[in-house]
Each structure stands twice: as structure tokens, then as C-alpha cells.
Design a protein around this ligand. Structure first.
Ligand code: SIN
Length: 277
């Protein structure tokens, strides 16, 4: 197995690994170390059926049960799909994952990681961008780091301030989803010990104790800073890619910039995380 960094701060490519076959304990440990170090692992040339994908992702942790089950694969419901072929009830096309976000931050224990496996890709476009929130935090002026140190974000299923709208939750899923949870705006990674900015424009409704007139511009400024190109790795999908990323220290977004007559379809699994601290 060869692991090659893709930028100086985020992303590494893994080659020479076949996840459809048993993986030794030492390879599993190397993969987990690389995941913590690089934040995004792109494992090339995998062709996994849903059950094989589940076994592969369990090398990194325990499957997280998604809040909205409408995208579950009927034969393997722990795996969901990402597709550009679904529509909102009013007929508009739904592009999952557009706009910067971190996954399911409205959960008390948000998923530590998300894994996508490419099944069908458009001929060009449809990249996934990642922005490194630990690098972004480290480059904030110390006065700003102090200002943010004790702030708590209020996360909900769908922020009323977000222009990106999610699919509504089916009634059957509502019970499991909290109305609102509080998470620190600056969190410390449980494995690396690095501090990161933890914001989510799609889910943050406000900041505890701050008026919206102060909180919303602060969140906008932070997002602008944190998603600067110098903190990014942009993933251009190749057939067979299996990509795992660390939601605790990255924002990501999908790009709906390709020909919608073509299908973009990927399998998706998230992995259980801890309470952010
Ligand atoms: C997601 O946000 O989980 C999906 C990202 C993508 O489709 O590139």
C-alpha cells in the first residue's frame, strides 16, 4: 500500500489496496493513522458492492444512522446514496451536499467521518471540495481565537438562515432528531489534539448568548476566512474512488456544475463520532 499526500495540509491518495479482500490489523492501523493525519483519504480502484463497502468502512469505525432515511438503499439500508436524479416535491432538482457544511452537526454526537464510493460519475465536474478547519483556526489572529474560545453554536436540522434547503424529514424520522444541540465553535480533535473551527451554515441557527446582529456577521466572516482556497483540497472523482473524510476538522461541499442529463451516483456511509469538545 502506498499513501501519497495530495496537498501540504489535506488529503492523501492510497493505492495498492483492495478493500474487497481481508485487511490486516497493521494495514488497518496505518489507514487510521493516515486518516487522522491527512483528513481525507482517497482510496483508488475499488469496486465494492454495498456489503463490501460496509465491511471496508468498518475498518475506520461504527456506522452512524442517518437522520433522513429516504436515501437508504433498499437492500442495504445502512448505506445511503447520493444522486443528482432526485427532485424536491415542487419539481426542482435536489443536489445533495451543495454549499459548505459538515455532516449532521445537529446530532449530539455528530458523525466523525463520511465515506463516499463512486458508482456513476459525470464525464466532467461534480468535484467535492474540502476546507481544512484546523489550518483555518491556526491562521486566525490570537485576539479572534480568544473571542471564539468559549462560544457555543446552536445547531438545528435546517437553519432558517441557510439559502440551501434540505429535503424535509419523513415523519418516521422526526423522533430521533433533536430540536437543537449546542456545540463549541472551536472544537479540539480527540485524536490529533488540534483545534478546529466547527461551523455549519446549513445547520447553525445562532450563537448562544449573542444577538443575531452580532452572531450572523461573525459566522459569515469565519466562513469566508475558513474556506479560502489556501485551506482547500478539491477532489476530482475517478471511477472506483472511495473517499473518507474527517467531519471534525473539515468542511466540504459538492459541486452541481456538470451536465444534469448525466448521472452522478455514489454510495454514502457515515461513522459515529463523539460529543464535540
Ligand atoms: C455530501 O455532502 O455528503 C456529499 C458530497 C458530494 O456529493 O460530493
Amino acid at each position: 500500500m502506498q499513501i501519497t499526500p495530495l496537498t501540504s495540509h489535506t488529503g492523501a491518495e492510497v493505492r495498492g489496496l483492495d478493500l474487497s479482500r481481508p485487511v490486516s490489523d497493521s494495514v488497518r492501523q496505518d489507514l487510521n493513522r493516515a486518516f487522522i493525519r491527512h483528513g481525507v483519504l482517497t482510496i483508488r480502484d475499488q469496486h465494492l458492492e454495498p456489503a463490501q463497502m460496509l465491511a471496508a468502512v468498518e475498518l475506520f469505525g461504527t456506522v452512524f444512522h442517518q437522520h433522513n432515511t429516504r436515501f437508504a438503499l433498499p437492500d442495504c439500508p445502512q448505506i445511503h446514496y447520493i444522486s443528482n436524479q432526485d427532485r424536491f416535491p415542487d419539481g426542482r432538482r435536489y443536489i445533495p451536499g451543495e454549499g459548505w457544511h459538515t455532516d449532521h452537526s445537529n446530532d449530539a454526537r455528530p458523525p466523525k467521518a463520511t465515506v463516499l464510493h463512486a458508482v456513476t460519475l459525470p464525464r466532467q465536474g461534480g468535484d467535492t471540495q474540502f476546507a481544512n478547519m484546523a489550518e483555518a483556526y491556526a491562521s486566525l489572529p490570537p485576539a479572534m481565537q480568544d473571542r471564539l474560545a468559549d462560544l457555543m453554536g446552536i445547531h438545528v436540522y435546517q437553519s432558517s438562515h441557510s439559502s440551501r434547503k434540505l429535503m424535509t424529514l419523513p415523519d418516521v424520522n422526526r423522533e430521533r432528531v433533536p430540536n437543537a444541540v449546542l456545540h463549541p465553535i472551536i472544537r479540539t480533535h480527540p485524536d490529533s489534539g488540534r483545534k478546529s473551527i466547527y461551523i455549519n451554515p446549513i445547520r447553525i441557527e445562532g450563537i448562544l448568548g449573542l444577538d443575531h446582529r452580532e452572531a450572523l456577521p461573525l459566522l459569515d466572516d469565519l466562513l469566508d476566512h475558513a474556506t479560502a482556497e489556501r485551506f482547500q483540497y478539491r477532489h476530482q472523482w475517478q471511477p472506483g474512488d472511495l473517499v473518507i473524510w474527517d467531519n471534525r476538522c473539515l468542511l466540504h461541499k459538492a459541486n452541481g456544475d456538470y451536465d444534469m442529463a448525466e448521472t452522478r451516483y455514489l454510495y454514502r456511509v457515515m461513522l459515529q463520532g463523539d460529543v464535540p469538545r
